[in-house]
Design a binder for this molecule. Structure first.
Ligand SMILES: [Cu+2]
Length: 286
């Protein structure tokens, strides 16, 4: 019976390890419904994945090591209580060397992780470390305002040259508005200004590994780059009220020319007043 319980306690970590092993094949892994499969659909997202895997390898090695030690202690302990076993028990409690080792080793590993991930965190969060292209004022794609329970998007309008105008914090008559559908050019780093109209929300693009809280009263710049054209999920990752689940929206990435044409079409539709456009000869007064 003693050995049955030893085996019972060892069964669960083995099952946990097996489930983690098969998880990617069972699609229990990172969001994979994006156009790029299981990989992050943005260059910085791929680097965030690499950090995740590094931490996963360290925790896996620690988990396997501690479970093997636990199994050894369980079976050894069970064997020692067998009748006729004269072996002396060894107690580790109070061992100064052991205490020092299992304090210093985890501390060094945590310090290494803290320093190693700094570069990526800086590029994601610190405005002065954003990619060069996102620092120019004209590449602010849109202002995204989270509110209960939708995403309101305000794009700077289209100028006379057919290009997007520079972003202005004050709404302009030329602005283009959409709800729950954010569009962006493919493979170009773009910035949005994230705001909240009421409570705290979180702007989450799982396939691109972008997550940023929207805090009432703050204008937070967030940059991202979609590596491939296609549709991506946009979610709210903060429980923000009864209709939180309704904040499922989408990000649509298109090649730059198509993206611009799409914005031009949006502007045209928004300005359409229901009066059919006059034929050219009427407009000229002929
Ligand atoms: Cu929300």
């Amino acid at each position: 019976m003693k050995r049955f319980w030893c085996a019972f306690f060892m069964f669960w970590p083995i099952l946990a390890f097996y489930l983690c092993w098969i998880a990617p094949e069972m699609n229990w892994w990172f969001p994979s419904n994006g156009p790029t499969g299981m990989k992050a659909a943005s260059p910085i997202g791929a680097r965030i994945d690499d950090l995740f895997y590094m931490i996963l390898y360290i925790t896996t090695a620690t988990f396997v090591g501690t479970q093997i030690a636990l199994g050894y202690v369980l079976f050894k302990g069970a064997a020692m209580t067998d009748e006729g076993n004269e072996e002396k028990v060894w107690y580790s409690h109070g061992s100064h060397s052991l205490e020092v080792i299992w304090t210093i080793v985890p501390a060094c590993i945590l310090l290494f992780i803290a320093l190693y991930q700094m570069d990526v965190v800086k590029e994601v969060r610190v405005k002065t470390a954003f990619p060069e292209a996102t620092k120019q004022g004209t590449v602010i794609l849109a202002e995204v305002t989270a509110r209960q329970f939708e995403w309101r998007i305000r794009y700077p309008g289209i100028g006379p040259d057919g290009k997007q105008l520079p972003y202005s914090p004050q709404p302009q008559p030329t602005d283009i508005y959409t709800v729950n559908e954010l569009v962006c050019p493919t493979n170009i780093p773009v910035t949005i200004i994230l705001q909240s109209g009421d409570v705290q929300h979180a702007f989450f693009l799982p396939e691109l590994r972008v997550k940023q809280d929207a805090v009432p009263g703050l204008d937070i710049p967030v940059w991202f780059q979609a590596s491939k054209s296609g549709e991506y999920t946009l979610l709210c990752a903060e429980l923000c009220g009864w209709g939180h689940y309704k904040m499922k929206a989408k990000l649509v990435a298109r090649p730059e020319a198509e993206h611009l044409a799409y914005l031009q079409e949006l502007a045209r539709r928004q300005n359409y007043d229901g009066v059919p456009e006059a034929p050219a000869e009427v407009a000229k007064g002929e």
